[in-house]
Design a protein around this ligand. Structure first.
Ligand code: F3S
Length: 389
């Protein structure tokens, strides 16, 4: 990969260890994928924030890198706990100390300590055509597909390296020719919210890292797209999709020659329905939008909660809609920020069976969280929360 004189200088270590390390990561990545050069980015979003997922090795890496400063607006992924209410929610103290140390390094480097997988809902919203280095897979999918920005599915280390250098190797989804759809899917029946997550699980497993093109017979909203992309990125490695007449690049390429039709029954096969002995209902994977919070509140308004219900929300969104949050808290709903059900140590906190309405959470909770999962629609989840056992 071609490097400018300035980039060569950084690689030689003239700006210090952390910058040299960052440039080495980018150069290795660029060489591996045949990038011609580095391209400036508008923002970075870094995964690898929870102590549960990065452990002591990740913590040591961040400590080593923390002399550098980020060059572009940078937000970070959910941490392993709510950074304010961790004690009240029962997160273990030892875990909390390690987690706080991780956050302190990101802050020192100048990253926004807004720990969310939906940065596009809270200020880090890219424009069409922006080059980015984002690493949270659901956010990568949303940025590429719904916003028309351009990012590869970065790892935590490469997104951090890009945030420090302000550039990323120009290959993959940064190039228009790699953004065309490969395979078509038609959904000819009306489907409900969680069906988008279930559909995403099915399609991700089928196509791995290809780019799908969807044609829905009914309308689709942004929250549904959020669930669809997150799920496809969990069972497959889908980082970009198009939806006919909805996503911004859907008209820029020829439609695929062949379409696979997926029925509502096939989508429903993805649900996990054993509703016995659920000890926590957890919603907000990806983190909830205002509209989703409002839907939940409207359902709960005149009802009493009988089972633990946690809602995962970006901290800024929570602060922006404090009134609604207060109403939910009055109903004994736990509003949790800075973390999520997958990257927090729920098993260690005594939860063993968790109900979700998210395809992505239902994929990861059994493997990464080591807990049983129930996957159903939002309203089913809320019914369980108000119905008790
Ligand atoms: Fe976000 Fe955690 Fe789901 S990072 S997409 S809430 S697994």
């Amino acid at each position: 990969m071609f490097l400018t004189k300035e980039e060569e200088r950084i690689l030689e270590g003239k700006q210090g260890f952390s910058y040299k390390k960052a440039m080495e990561i980018l150069e290795a990545l660029g060489d591996l994928y045949g990038a011609e050069k580095l391209v400036p980015i508008e923002s970075a979003q870094i995964s690898g924030v929870s102590f549960k997922t990065i452990g002591d090795a990740g913590l040591a890496f961040l400590r080593d890198m923390s002399d550098a400063k980020v060059e572009v607006p940078t937000t970070i992924n959910p941490a392993g706990m709510d950074l304010v209410n961790w004690e009240e929610l029962g997160f273990p103290r030892e875990f909390a100390e390690k987690q706080k140390e991780i956050i302190s390094y990101y802050k020192k480097m100048g990253a926004e300590p807004e720990c969310t997988c939906t940065p596009y809902l809270v200020g880090n919203k890219p424009s069409f055509g922006d080059h980015l280095a984002w690493s949270e897979s659901s956010a990568v999918s949303y940025a590429n597909s719904v916003l028309g920005a351009r990012t590869n599915r970065e790892g935590g280390a490469s997104a951090l390296a890009s945030s420090i250098i302000g550039k990323t190797p120009k290959y993959g989804y940064h190039l228009k020719e790699n953004r065309a759809p490969d395979i078509g899917f038609k959904i000819n029946e009306e489907i409900k919210r969680a069906d988008f997550g279930a559909l995403g699980k099915k399609v991700g497993r089928l196509i791995e890292d290809k780019t799908p093109f969807f044609e829905f017979s009914s309308s689709v909203n942004l929250d549904e797209l959020k669930l669809l992309g997150a799920a496809m990125a969990s069972t497959g490695a889908v980082a970009l999709y198009h939806v006919k007449n909805v996503t911004p690049e859907s008209k820029e390429y020829d439609e695929p020659n062949e379409f696979i039709e997926i029925s509502k029954d096939e989508i429903s096969d993805e649900y996990i329905n054993d509703k016995s002995n659920i000890d926590l209902v957890a919603l907000g994977c990806p983190h909830l939008s205002f509209d989703e919070l409002k839907t939940i509140y409207d359902y709960l308004k005149n009802k009493e909660i009988k089972k633990e219900l946690w809602l995962f929300v970006a901290r800024s969104l929570r602060e922006e809609h404090q009134e609604l949050i207060n109403e939910l808290e009055k109903k004994d709903v736990k509003i949790v920020s800075d973390t999520c059900m997958v990257v927090s140590p729920l098993k260690e906190m005594g939860y063993s069976k968790i109900m979700v309405d998210s395809g992505k959470a239902s994929t990861y909770l059994p493997s990464l969280g080591d807990v049983e999962v129930v996957f159903s629609d939002l309203i089913d989840c809320l019914e369980v929360a108000v119905g008790g056992d």
